[in-house]
Design a binder for this molecule. Structure first.
Ligand code: AMP
Length: 651
């Protein structure tokens, strides 16, 4: 745990916990049911729950017997409270198009689409797949489906036919919604053709594919199966778009994890608990208010898009921006231009995005002072201290805080963080913050021993919280085995992340537990080594893995992407290895350092270290349906082979 330079956002000492955070944490620990029951009362219910929480490990239910509907709470509730005139959604794209919907307009449109879904025979419990980019229609479909009790399964529109087909089959969807094409950095990607490929084999339940025309170019249509958006909308004529009252544990949506470590799992999020968790954390963690202009730069294909482009901001009645496109296109400062133009007050982005911008250097700086912006959040991977430093100091001149926080697709919302909404604590760059109120966490060894502060172990949840996935879609056995039975004899949820907690209670993420590198009996987290590389000014990105070695058991294999203006050389290689050694000590033995153009990453921007591991072991990479660029595997393999050849010839 590194002591870093101080800024006014930085300090230490648990006594600095704001009185509110301290009180809330204590109340939540002492009586979680009362605590979460109070949080739930802030939302609208058609009928109150009978029990706040029932738990027969690993099965749990929150707010059972309560009747609610998350789409009603996001829309009609605000209109009924006189807030119909406020902007709810601003949908933008990189071509400069923009559409604004007030709460009243969004409610009206969602109702209309809900009626259209009913026109196609969709009802409670039916599944539909949305394979669309971040656009207004996709969000209307998400809200319309949950309004009538159907279950959406959004598949990231960057996935290919294999990943899409697998998710369509696994969800048992009857409908797929798509577009003729989407735009990415100026080129168009033909989504409808990918859907056709995914459905080529007759092993699915799809009855209709509905195609939103966006480019004016003809998309192949099968008249027996495919409908244009116009034909779909015409179905509304004889149907109503009213909401249904749903028991709190009814599923609202299915969503796959991003697949960094293995085959993706289909999580399930429900109307009651998810709603309470996401709405509460929006306020406690992000300090969301009705007058916020909120922008999460993620995609609706990921959990951040579900929870904090769509549901969280709308539950809290603020204005949310949905942006289709890349944050560095058409120019590296595109992100800041949107912030400036729409007066964004709260921004949520990913460490990968920050590191990608860092790679551009000065070109990615904000063009002006960004007076509207109050706070920036990052999650998805660790926000390494050097990347935090760049954004916090170089770009934002320390005017507002840059705040890391941790969660998973499974958790639906933040679990560890620095609760801006309850009173920001001192920031320790590189740490994701403290367990948020209502979260009962522990650090354990794989054998179930509790770790002391400073000791490395696995982060586990001692109790479920409302937004935690209660099962995996049609696979309760995998749910039980992968999460609840990993630590023998303990009823704890296994996050799979290796962490340590410092004396102030801050959690430091070291990497996935199964990716920890063991060098001569010392355990080093992949994140620690990558962070050490990033302290060197030439490095834009680093991905590391352990490689077996006779003397020490394992050594570090490093894959390094340099900043745009830096060139690979043996001198630089030696310098980087030295940097890691001086940051982490002589135990951090770098066995080989490979310069690459790209790291293998998931489409959601997470480094796939298991692919690097396969490269250094000379194995096949396994399931790479979620990879962003297959070329990155070849790039890593080539760099690795060249490095080995150079080592051999120097022997
Ligand atoms: P997924 O649910 O597939 O998007 O991935 C969740 C995983 O991303 C977590 O289990 C962590 O390994 C990683 N992660 C997310 N946020 C952070 C963070 N702030 N710091 C470190 N790792 C993170």
């Amino acid at each position: 745990m590194q002591a870093r330079t101080t800024t006014r956002w930085l300090n230490t000492g648990v006594e600095t916990l704001s009185p509110l955070v301290r009180r809330w944490k204590a109340e939540a620990s002492a009586d979680p049911e009362t605590f979460w029951g109070q949080a739930a009362r802030e939302l609208s219910w058609f009928r109150p729950w009978d029990r706040v929480f029932e738990w027969e490990p690993p099965t749990f239910r929150w707010f059972s017997g309560g009747l609610t509907n998350i789409a009603y709470s996001c829309l009609d509730h605000h209109v009924a409270n006189g807030r119909g005139g406020q902007a709810a959604l601003i949908a933008l794209n990189e071509r400069g198009e923009e559409r604004v919907y007030t709460y009243a307009q969004l409610t009206h449109e969602v109702k209309r689409i809900a009626a259209c879904l009913r026109g196609l025979g969709v009802g409670t419990g039916d599944r539909l797949t949305i394979y669309m980019p971040v656009c207004a229609e996709a969000i209307l479909l998400m809200l319309a489906s949950v309004r009538i009790g159907a279950i959406h399964s959004v598949v990231f529109a960057g996935f290919g036919a294999g990943a899409l087909g697998g998710r369509i089959r696994a969800s048992g969807s009857r409908l797929v919604f798509t577009c003729d094409a989407t735009y990415r950095k100026g080129t168009d990607v033909r989504l409808k053709e990918i859907v056709d490929d995914a459905l080529a084999a007759d092993d699915h339940d799809i009855e209709h594919v509905i195609v939103l025309q966006r480019t004016g170019q003809p998309a192949p249509m099968d008249p027996r199966r495919d409908l244009s958006w116009t034909e779909f909308v015409e179905r509304a004529a004889d149907h109503d778009g009213g909401w249904v009252e749903l028991e709190a544990n009814e599923p609202a949506y299915i969503l796959a994890t991003s697949g960094t470590t293995a085959e993706p799992k289909l999580t399930v999020h429900v109307h009651g608990g998810y709603q309470v968790g996401v709405a509460s954390m929006a306020r406690w963690m992000y300090g969301m208010r009705a007058d916020d202009v909120w922008w999460a730069t993620s995609d609706i294909g990921w959990v951040v898009g579900h929870s904090y482009i769509v549901y969280g901001p709308l539950l809290n009645g603020c204005t949310t921006i949905a942006y289709e496109g890349a944050i560095d296109y058409p120019r590296p400062d595109a992100l800041w231009r949107v912030v400036e133009r729409f007066g964004v007050t709260g921004l949520f982005t990913s460490p990968t995005a920050v590191r990608a911008l860092m790679r551009y250097g000065d070109e990615a700086r904000a063009p002006g002072a960004l007076p509207s912006l109050e706070r920036v959040f990052c999650a998805g991977e660790v926000l390494n201290a050097p990347a935090w430093d760049w954004l916090q100091k170089d770009v934002l001149a320390d005017r507002i805080p840059v705040i890391d926080h941790w969660w998973q697709t499974e958790t639906g919302g933040p679990v560890v963080g620095n609760p801006y909404g309850l009173g920001l604590l001192p920031i320790k760059p590189g740490s994701a913050g403290i367990p948020l109120p209502g979260m009962e966490l522990s650090v354990m060894t794989p054998e179930g021993e509790t770790c002391e502060p400073g000791e490395r172990g696995i982060l586990v949840f001692e109790r479920p919280f409302p937004s935690l996935t209660p099962t995996l879609w049609e696979d309760p056995e995998r749910y039980e085995n992968d999460y609840w039975r990993r630590i023998p004899g303990k009823n704890v949820y296994f996050t799979g992340d290796s962490v340590q907690v410092d004396d102030d209670g801050y959690v430091w993420f070291a990497g996935r537990a199964d990716e920890v590198i063991k060098i001569a009996a010392h355990r080093i987290g992949t994140i620690e080594v990558e962070t050490a590389f990033l302290t060197h000014p030439a490095v834009a990105e680093a991905g590391v893995t352990g490689r077996p070695e006779e003397v020490r058991g394992e050594v570090i294999s490093a894959f390094i992407v340099l900043k745009q203006d830096r060139k690979a050389s043996d001198k630089l290689r030696t310098e980087l290895i030295q940097t890691v050694r001086s940051e982490l000590g002589p135990v951090a033995v770098v066995g080989d350092l490979n310069f690459v153009e790209l790291l293998p990453k998931t489409r959601s921007g997470k480094i796939m270290r298991r692919v690097l591991k396969a490269v250094v072991l000379g194995q096949e990479p396994g399931d790479i349906t979620t990879i962003e660029d297959e070329g990155s595997v070849e790039d890593a393999r080539q760099a690795w082979l060249e490095m080995q050849a150079a080592i051999d010839s120097s022997r």
